[in-house]
Design a protein around this ligand. Structure first.
Ligand code: ASP
Length: 302
């Protein structure tokens, strides 16, 4: 069954940002659904969908991502192919417009899974990808937010993303194509004012992203330090396998575990091997959208 589910972060999305989030996920879902309907495979679809969210400027991924404590953008992304279990990921890059495309290159063109920093950017060049200027990634909105934060001299929240209202606009997608193949991709600028060099869950296979055609696919968003402790994406996949494919039970159990074990906040999007999709989160809001072949209209909610 053709199926596509995407997210644009789980946090206390303020009223004035809801329209931009809705528009961003609507555009990305529309692009992806058209592709799947016209026979595109899940990997191509996820790359395009996540790139659209990275380019949008609204989300904490690609252009417009949060700045770190040095006032720089450091991007992370990952992708996994559920048919082959091949995966690729990139972390802490400063000059890559679409980290999801670099994650795909690493998945398909290298013998490695995770490349970081300058080495990852060199690999991008070796693969014929062009790098962008760092400035191109920075938005006025995020610069203002970062400057205001620096001026407040309140550094107590530097690594404290624990609260449900901290911004978290990571993006992700899970797609199933006509062959029943599943692909998952996740992309982020990480947490606001993070320590330079900090890497969260999103580029870690099993934490931010997991796909296995036999079971399903998961992409996560939320407090990375908590997600990593319970290996969130793979944990939800394991729940899915154990419960016979009940997406809602698996997603809810994952988020309950996140809160109970590590006092974490965030959300997951989940697809099973039949293409059924579900969402769970424990933040005030989560931007998500999905459509399957069994639906007439997509569901788009923030
Ligand atoms: N999980 C991401 C991270 O910790 C943040 C997010 O989902 O927005 O890097």
């Amino acid at each position: 069954m053709l199926s596509l589910i995407i997210h644009g972060g789980a946090w206390d999305i303020p009223e004035q940002e809801i329209e931009a989030h809705t528009n961003g996920i609507t555009t990305a879902l529309t692009i992806g659904w058209r592709m799947l309907k016209s026979g595109a495979n899940a990997v191509d679809t996820v790359e395009k969908v996540v790139s659209s969210l990275e380019d949008d400027g609204t989300f904490d991924a690609g252009k417009g991502s949060h700045l770190n404590a040095d006032g720089r953008i450091e991007l992370d992304a990952s992708m996994m192919n559920g048919k082959t279990l091949r995966c690729g990921a990139v972390a802490a890059v400063h000059h890559v417009k679409n980290p999801i495309s670099l994650a795909r290159k690493i998945m398909e063109q290298s013998e490695h899974i995770l490349l970081v920093g300058a080495g990852a950017e060199n690999f991008a060049l070796e693969q014929g990808m062009s790098l962008c200027s760092h400035k191109e990634l920075i938005s006025q909105r995020e610069l203002n937010k970062w400057k205001a934060f620096q001026a407040s001299h309140d550094f107590s929240t530097k690594d404290a993303f624990k609260k449900s209202n901290q911004p978290s606009d990571t993006v992700g997608a899970v797609a199933m194509d006509t062959n029943g193949d599943i692909c998952v991709g996740t992309s982020t600028g990480g947490t606001f004012n993070k320590h330079p060099g900090r890497v969260g869950d999103s580029p870690l296979i099993g934490c931010g992203t997991y796909a296995d055609n036999e079971i399903g696919g998961v992409s996560t968003t939320g407090w990375g330090e908590a997600m990593m402790k319970i290996v969130m994406a793979k944990t939800v996949i394991d729940f899915l396998e154990q419960n016979g494919g009940d997406i809602h039970k698996a997603a809810t159990k994952g988020v309950d575990l996140l809160k109970r074990k590590v006092d974490g906040y965030g959300g997951v999007i989940v697809m099973n091997n039949k293409g059924e999709v579900g969402v769970a989160y424990n933040t005030p809001r989560m931007a998500r959208a999905y459509i399957t072949e069994q639906m007439i209209e997509p569901i788009i909610t923030v």
